[in-house]
Design a protein around this ligand. Sequence first.
Ligand SMILES: *Cc1c(COP(=O)(O)O)cnc(C)c1O
Length: 501
Amino acid sequence: MIEKQANENGGEEESLDPQDWGEMRQLGYRMIDDMMNYLETVRERPVWEPVPDATKQSFKEKLPLAPSTLESVYQNFLTNIMPYPTGNIHPRFWGWVMGNGTPLAMLADMLASGMNSHVGGYEQSAAYVEKQVIEWMKELMDFTTDSSGLLVTGGTAANLVGLTVARHAKAGFDIRERGLQQTGEPPLLVYCSTETHSWAQKSVELLGLGNQSLKRIPVNENFEIDAGALLRQIKEDRAGGARPICVIGNAGTVNTGATDDLTKLAEICRNEDLWFHVDGAFGALALLSPKYKSLMAGIEQADSLAFDLHKWMYLPYEVGCVLVKNREAHHDTFALTPSYLTSATRGIMGGELVFANLGLQLSRGFRALKVWMSLKAHGVNLFGRLIEQNIEQAQYLSHLIKAEPELELLAPVPLNVVCFRFQRGDLSDAELNELNEEIMVRIQEMGLAVMSATVIKGQFALRVANTNHRSLRSDFDLLVKAVVEVGNQIINSEVIDYAAK
Ligand SMILES: *Cc1c(COP(=O)(O)O)cnc(C)c1O
């Protein structure tokens, strides 16, 4: 029991601090031991297991009015919560785009939570840590030293910030004051390729521009934007009376890891006076590798760049970053100082709320600490080598697929994403789609590996996105073997079923 009991005589005041700090400290030591064991032995467990019904039932309890013992609450965590994660901590998880997290960053999150700093700004160490991290991010991304930046919850939030600054800077009228409800202003348009992640649609919808304002431009055979088609569309829209404001470039698409010709897009944006935003959610991190950073050439010319640190920098959720070249435009998009937030010349409020004035959030957590600690403790070179390792593992997997007659690569592998399928000449595309979905689900249910899926030119694709610092080449050997075996098992059992009819 951690709360102080109210005194019967009504005397004692309460708090949420433990009465017995020794007991809380012991529990903390146990939690660290249990979690370190959990991470150290992650490879020995299935990648994923469904949540059992009894466990689901345990989450239908009545609202707890009275306290329970620490021991019982923690036991409940150990029994019902810890055993059923998404699985992305495991060496054979490659679904969607998820990072693993790291033991060190987990501890950093604990420290940050203990300090519980409000990082809207304020004169405090956490603000200097975040500023330091932003300086490092600018250096890593080859952004100019006078750029601004902000840590946010993730790629979607980072991209939304970038697009919001673009709208503010290029609307042609005071959009903060007048909004989008005015008549007499031309419609504002945003351009991206058909391969762009769904954050872009969510964002134009949220920003009041509407889904129609997002012009999807076709891609070439490498899934990169067709720059000629883009330019034609911009000119045509402008001739029709609309106002193009922004081009979104992809540095690593979610489907296949393709990167648009960013140098070309930057040139188009300069010539057409458009904001150039780059979604580098995971791809931008390739800049950490001296060997592969040239894949992202042109990214440094973006007006704004969004990327995740909880994907290909392997840090625990949630942390993403946005960088903006034009510091004033960034600040002017969000800054607002009501009377209860005015600054003083000295004291804790000396200076404005620097971070709150660069984004939506006023209250912000200390997510910079895990970034700062991880970069210092591991060094950026190790992150670069891990990113290289992931790219080369993806190339290795694509070689295994090409060497296996029953597998077919469905898209080029320019980065760390591999799209493929099980195939047999005697099966139709419709049958193959169904078969491959069944393969994906069975391998998940076996707890062997997690792949996700996408559709490439109408074909269901098994998709491996490798942002996993724990994967080994042998894990990909196992995956390929499993896909072939499970594919054949399904086909054979279906043949038997037919015979029985
Ligand atoms: C994951 C992803 C996003 C969205 O980032 P979140 O961190 O999930 O919000 C945007 N773009 C791309 C290319 C992504 O892979």
